[in-house]
Write a protein that binds this ligand. Structure first.
Ligand SMILES: Cc1cc2nc3c(=O)[nH]c(=O)nc-3n(C[C@H](O)[C@H](O)[C@H](O)COP(=O)(O)OP(=O)(O)OC[C@H]3O[C@@H](n4cnc5c(N)ncnc54)[C@H](O)[C@@H]3O)c2cc1C
Length: 337
């Protein structure tokens, strides 16, 4: 049954561990509960937010509106042919539970996305990605409901207008839909992507490349670099990696011995934002109750009792400094609420 909590703390609903309240938090367990809710309340003139695991957002103040938290569970094999499996997962399934299930069943395609926090319903929102794979590579369809009128939608991959940490859900449809389930097209044949960082050599140490070994290696690398949100509040990469013109990149190469980069095309190149932040001297620095992680400068952390405003101030100070030092504008990857 639908649960409704009034003036409730959101601390356990955001991995940064910010202590703020929501006027109302509504937990829905299936599509019908969401549809009934939309029929009862008019969401057109209400401040509304959908949250999954709260691992890609930072609350800067109390939320004076309704938060909907879809807890739709279930992972099912809905179709298969000679080459592929089609898997539908509910928005409330833990992302890493889905990856584990895929690895157990020999469904190929999700293994590089191991150990990313959050729920399935958020995977298309920013087109999650890691170690050379993005959700868009495997998403076949996104199903959901329009908040405005409770009508269903089914978007195919191209309808979602996926880009780097981007999709239609962060643009035209921002705040307008609830994703209820996602269908992934996974492969029967391996197509291992091991080229990122030290993945290949670490997998070789374990033996042959297979789903279990890749998952094991990627999970271990992530654990060694990123703070566990249960221990140190954080929202993963705070900024997107900036994409800059190659001409500008060559100028940076004149200034620094080695500038890490990921090629995009003949005109553009992507730089690791963490490298820029580190070069600017922010790694490990603290401002009040927030800081820059000492192992990965792209991650801002809660040093204990951080307020949303402190996070905002630190992130703005970093953006300003990077702008001044490199003439590059960093954009937050996290959703500032
Ligand atoms: C330690 C750590 C490591 C991370 N590593 C990565 C990484 O490698 N790659 C990566 O891409 N991300 C990474 N992230 C970010 C985050 O895990 C992902 O963005 C994840 O998909 C967020 O899921 P969530 O359920 O927590 O979403 P939330 O934070 O709850 O929400 C994120 C956004 O999606 C919207 N949303 C959520 N659910 C729904 C829904 N059902 N319908 C409509 N809108 C919805 C929210 O309104 C919000 O705008 C990391 C985060 C942490 C803390």
């Amino acid at each position: 049954m639908r649960q409704s909590l009034h003036n409730t703390s959101l601390r356990k609903y955001n991995t940064f561990g910010i202590e703020v309240n929501a006027k109302e938090l509504i937990i829905c367990h299936n599509k019908e509960e969401i549809q009934t809710l939309i029929n009862e309340k008019n969401f057109n003139n209400q401040n509304t937010l959908i949250i999954g695991g709260g691992s890609n957002l930072v609350f800067t103040k109390d939320f004076d509106g309704i938060i909907i938290h879809p807890q739709i569970k279930g992972i099912s094999l809905i179709k298969e042919d000679d080459s592929n499996f089609w898997i539908e997962a509910g928005a409330g399934v833990l992302w890493d539970e889905l990856v584990q299930e895929a690895v157990n069943n020999n469904w190929h395609g999700l293994e590089n996305l191991s150990y990313i926090p959050g729920h399935v319903g958020a995977s298309p929102i920013q087109n999650i990605g890691a170690y050379g794979v993005e959700a868009k590579d495997v998403i076949e369809q996104v199903k959901g409901i329009f908040l405005e009128d409770g009508k269903d939608f089914q978007f195919n991959n191209t309808d979602c207008k996926f880009g780097y940490r981007n999709s239609i859900f962060k643009n035209e449809l921002k705040g307008k839909v609830i994703v209820t389930s996602v269908i992934y097209k996974l492969s029967k044949e391996p197509n291992f992507i091991l080229s990122y960082g030290t993945v290949k050599e670490e997998v070789e140490k374990l033996g042959e490349p297979n789903l279990k070994n890749i998952r094991k290696v990627i999970t271990a690398i992530r654990k060694s670099k990123l703070p566990e949100p249960e221990e140190v509040g954080n929202a993963g990469s705070f900024f997107k990696n900036p994409i800059i013109p190659i001409v500008k990149f060559h100028k940076l190469q004149e200034q620094f011995d080695k500038v890490p980069s990921y090629p995009i095309d003949t005109e553009w190149i992507k730089l690791p934002a963490g490298w820029l932040i580190e070069q600017a001297g922010w790694k490990g620095r603290t401002m009040g109750n927030v800081g820059v992680h000492d192992k990965q400068a792209l991650v801002l952390v809660n040093k204990g009792g951080a307020s949303g405003n402190e996070v905002l101030n630190l992130s703005q100070a970093i953006i300003k400094d990077i702008q001044e030092k490199f003439s590059i504008t960093l954009e937050p990857e996290v959703n500032l609420i």
